[in-house]
Design a protein around this ligand. Structure first.
Ligand SMILES: *Cc1c(COP(=O)(O)O)cnc(C)c1O
Length: 357
């Protein structure tokens, strides 16, 4: 059976096989639902040289857990907490002139900054028309010893297509940003653009470092490399009943048994991250068999049609896991719900008990 650290280690090895560059392990959203500290420790032990989070607070929590490698945080909705960043030695990505201006005004000591340039996403990063202004402001901030520019960052909008041609414009933009930052004379900086898909499918996107999140926990958004699943969701059967043909199941009776059968209830529902909208193919593994989820997904429960077999209360069902065979994967759930596996793993609710095996 695959344990979480073993899976992360194997996934870092897959990434390493595709790039000689520094690997930043991205552990935002609590390590994509798997536990940020656990994933971070496993990834660093396996050779990741950096960590990435969205917020400075998440990064500080990793420091408090004893992680010593450089950490970058790139989303600062309430403004950059320069004091916290300096105290925890956290690098911050800065993606606008306003944000950088506020940082320069507030920073008491030199904060390590990565200039975040928009390379085609129109979601984060400084728009191209303002790169010169951003760089000029950063130069003045560095001269005043309020900050030190140590990196330049972009993001790929189309890497999931696994087609290098789709990344060409962003790669050209990144090269341009890298040149502009070099010309400004900040000294040595690390450039980084690619996430999991770019890392696995397009070496031209690797620059000095790659930022890998999904890949660590078994997701390749480009669909080209089989990664190791890192999590398992199980639930015990809490109720079993025999049902004659014609029995409606769950809210609104959307499913009606078409034969005499048995029904078992699992104590997990949409509050725990089971998608409410799923196709009739959705199922779980019980006793080595794939059995269908029937009727509406409730907040706290789902019902499984176990057919001729009456499965005893207490029997464990696997909702998803890395095993293959009858056990659904997070990719299966994503397909059944019309979504991506990221939303399955990050959607697991707080009352689901986590353990690391
Ligand atoms: C989430 C994120 C990543 C990691 O992306 P994956 O596809 O999960 O590897 C990299 N960079 C940024 C800016 C991100 O927000």
């Amino acid at each position: 059976m695959q344990t979480l650290p073993v899976a992360v280690t194997a996934n870092v090895a897959r990434i390493r096989a595709r790039t000689p560059n520094t690997i930043m392990a991205v552990v935002k959203a609590d390590g994509y639902g798997h536990g940020a500290v656990t994933v971070a420790k496993a990834a660093v032990a396996a050779g990741a040289g950096w960590l990435g989070t969205t917020s400075v607070a998440e990064a500080s929590a990793l420091r408090a857990a004893g992680l010593a490698v450089p950490i970058l945080a790139w989303l600062h909705p309430g403004g950059i907490d320069a004091e916290a960043a300096a105290a925890a030695r956290v690098d911050v990505a800065v993606g606008s002139v306003d944000e950088l201006g506020a940082l320069v005004a507030r920073a008491a000591s030199a904060v390590r900054v990565h200039l975040y340039m928009d390379t085609g996403m129109s979601r984060g990063g400084c728009s191209r028309g303002q790169w010169d202004e951003l760089i000029g402001l950063a130069q003045r901030g560095q001269q005043a010893r309020r900050l030190r520019v140590v990196g330049v960052m972009g993001h790929l909008p189309l890497a999931d297509r696994a087609d290098p041609a789709a990344n060409a414009a962003a790669v050209a933009g990144m090269r341009e940003a890298q040149r502009a930052v070099r010309t400004a004379g900040f000294g040595s900086t690390v450039a980084h653009l690619a996430a999991t898909s770019g890392t696995l499918t397009d070496p031209a996107t690797h620059f000095g470092m790659v930022r890998v999140g999904a890949g660590l926990v078994g997701i390749d958004p480009s669909g080209t490399v089989e990664m190791h699943g890192a999590s398992r969701l199980t639930a015990p059967i809490v109720h079993t009943t025999a049902a004659p043909a014609g029995t409606p199941v769950g809210y609104a009776g959307t499913y009606v048994t078409d034969r005499a059968t048995h029904l078992s209830v699992l104590p997990v529902g949409y509050a725990d991250g089971i998608p409410r909208e799923i196709s009739p193919q959705a199922g779980v593994e019980i006793g080595g068999r794939r059995l269908p989820v029937v009727g509406r997904v409730s907040m706290d429960q789902i019902v499984i049609d176990t057919g001729a077999e009456s499965v005893p209360v207490g029997t464990s069902a696997t909702v998803f896991g890395p095993d293959g065979g009858a056990t659904p994967t997070i990719h299966d759930w994503a397909r059944w719900a019309g979504t991506i596996p990221h939303t399955i793993v990050t959607g697991i609710g707080p009352r689901v008990k986590r353990s690391i095996t």
